[in-house]
Design a binder for this molecule. Structure first.
Ligand code: 9UX
Length: 69
């Protein structure tokens, strides 16, 4: 089922940070869109099926940032 999930990521300070997060999360299975608001750190992920918290955490870790909410 198509799902939209919003998380908050700390530590992103520039457009390259945003690109890294988008790339890692975008590589998760079934992800169709990743929208990042740099100012707030809010990241909205649209996917064909629900993602687990662990998948998101690992992807954000991989990019070098942290999920705070
Ligand atoms: Mo955005 Mo630069 O990190 O280290 S501030 S890539």
């Amino acid at each position: 089922m198509a799902t939209s999930t919003t998380i908050t990521v700390s530590g992103m300070t520039c457009g390259h940070c945003v690109s890294s997060v988008k790339e890692e999360i975008g590589g998760l299975p079934g992800v169709t869109a990743v929208d990042v608001d740099l100012e707030s750190g809010r990241v909205t992920v649209d996917s064909e099926a629900p993602l687990t918290g662990e998948q998101l955490k690992d992807a954000v870790d991989e990019a070098g940032y942290e999920i705070v909410a």
